[in-house]
Design a protein around this ligand. Structure first.
Ligand code: IMP
Length: 430
């Protein structure tokens, strides 16, 4: 049975939620395996817009089971607010949502610590989403973390939580922030644990049953591969493994459970927050992408930085994450630009490189090597067949496909569910 991973190959916001929404209709289970409420997955159904931060995008399909795996850091307050919001909109998740008892919990002090650490970094701040992601993963790895299952066991929770609040309060005071009341944090955590209890499960065991029972699984990545803690633009990254390689540790399933890896890329590039972005365009072309593509963060509302397609970045994800096929998003946004550029390599200190560097100063010295293409003016939103795209758009897409070295199986030409060119059924673009 197919088990597909969908993950973003740039700096996030590639439109993964869209693709997962389409593929969820053909799946039995949708699983999140990393990240937390820093994600912002937008799905438009009819006139309704849903922005999901922590729930898997499969929640909008009635027959689909949604799993939050052990690799996610769960903010239970955000999670239950999303569940409530969906219930008000007549989407009932009873029996359709499982949260791993092994997933780590984002507690109020993680969010305050996120802000305090950013303030202490000063000019070198990372531009985090302030959702407590880094501090929650840090606690996991220093083994001070608390897990979802602990919220249901007061005797396990109490001593660790009180110890953690006391030590975090010292750092908050140093950053000039109000310390927390330990007893209040404990009471709130126990209270939210009671509300979360109906969803808590041993998802490792459940996922094994589902996999061996032949269910169709879909793993939904959050953020993008260049934000990967190991292989992204460190330290300007998030704190998890954002590619397909995060699935094993984040779910408890073996790598051989994965039958297909689908990488999602936008037809141009965006980035939210600080950090290297060699193909950034701060001129009229970048403005065009930002306004036509409505490039504002779904989680923080921040304006996204925009720029040209970077094949070095996409190839890095393809090579290291075993990508089988790619989905190209938001091609329609480029309509109206006279000229398009694609970065095929970098020049770093006079040397050509076709893979990304590791160091911050090397990133700063990257000069993109561009190929230039003629643009098109036509509106693409009603096109459903590759052959009906304007000639210039076909040339552009074929070039991206060849640069990435994997076949495209989907192209999106608009935000609504139907605005897709499904290439698997039409042969590839090449
Ligand atoms: P954190 O994940 O909140 O720690 O933020 C670290 C970096 O990742 C910042 O530059 C954020 O803007 C970025 N980031 C985190 N989540 C997302 C996302 O879902 N989309 C795009 N960027 C993100």
């Amino acid at each position: 049975m197919p088990a597909t991973v969908v993950f973003g190959m740039q700096w996030g916001d590639e439109g993964k939620g869209r693709i997962v929404d389409v593929l969820a209709a053909e799946s039995d289970v949708v699983v999140r395996y990393q990240g937390g409420a820093n994600a912002g997955h937008t799905v438009i159904v009819g006139d309704e817009k849903y922005v999901l931060h922590i729930l898997p995008s499969g929640v909008l399909h009635p027959g689909v089971l949604n799993v939050i795996g052990n690799g996610v850091v769960v903010d239970p307050w955000v999670l239950l607010e999303e569940v409530e919001d969906l219930r008000r909109r007549n989407v009932d998740l009873t029996g359709r949502l499982l949260v791993s008892d092994r997933a780590h919990v984002v507690l109020p002090y993680h969010k305050l610590m996120d802000r305090a650490l950013e303030a202490l970094r000063g000019d070198a701040s990372l531009g985090t989403t302030s959702r407590g992601i880094g501090p929650a993963y840090a606690d996991k790895y220093t083994r001070d973390g608390l897990r979802v299952g602990d919220l249901l066991r007061p005797d396990d929770l109490r001593p660790s939580l009180l110890r953690n609040v006391a030590s975090r309060n010292e750092i908050l005071r140093r950053a000039g922030m109000e310390p927390l009341d330990p007893q209040q944090v404990l009471d709130d955590a126990l209270g939210i644990g009671k509300r979360l209890a109906p969803f808590v499960a041993d998802t490792v065991a459940r996922l094994h049953e589902l996999w061996t029972g032949g269910r169709r699984l879909l793993f939904e990545g959050a953020q993008g591969f260049m934000l990967d803690v190991d292989l992204g633009t460190y330290p300007f990254v998030t704190s998890s493994s954002t590619g397909s390689n995060g699935v094993g540790p984040g779910t408890g399933l073996p790598w051989r459970a994965i039958s297909k890896v689908l990488g999602v890329v936008k037809a141009y590039t965006t980035r939210v927050g600080s950090g290297p972005f060699p193909t950034e365009d701060v001129g009229p072309a970048g403005e065009h992408m930002g306004s036509r593509g409505r490039e504002f963060g779904a989680t923080t509302g921040r304006k996204r930085r925009c720029g040209w397609f970077d094949a070095v970045v996409a190839r890095h994800a393809v090579r290291t994450q075993g990508v089988d096929a790619a989905a190209l998003m938001k091609l329609d946004v480029l309509s109206g630009l006279d000229q398009l550029k694609v970065c095929t390599a970098y020049e770093i200190d006079g040397r050509k490189a076709d893979a990304p560097p590791a160091g911050v100063s090397q990133w700063r010295n990257c000069r993109p090597v561009y190929e230039t293409f003629k643009g098109w003016r036509e509106d693409l939103s009603e096109i459903r067949r590759f052959d009906d795209l304007p000639r210039e758009a076909r040339t552009y897409v074929r070039f991206l496909e060849a640069q990435m070295g994997v076949p495209l199986d989907t192209i999106s030409v608009g935000a609504e569910r139907a605005r897709l060119i499904r290439l698997e059924t039409q042969g590839t673009a090449r």
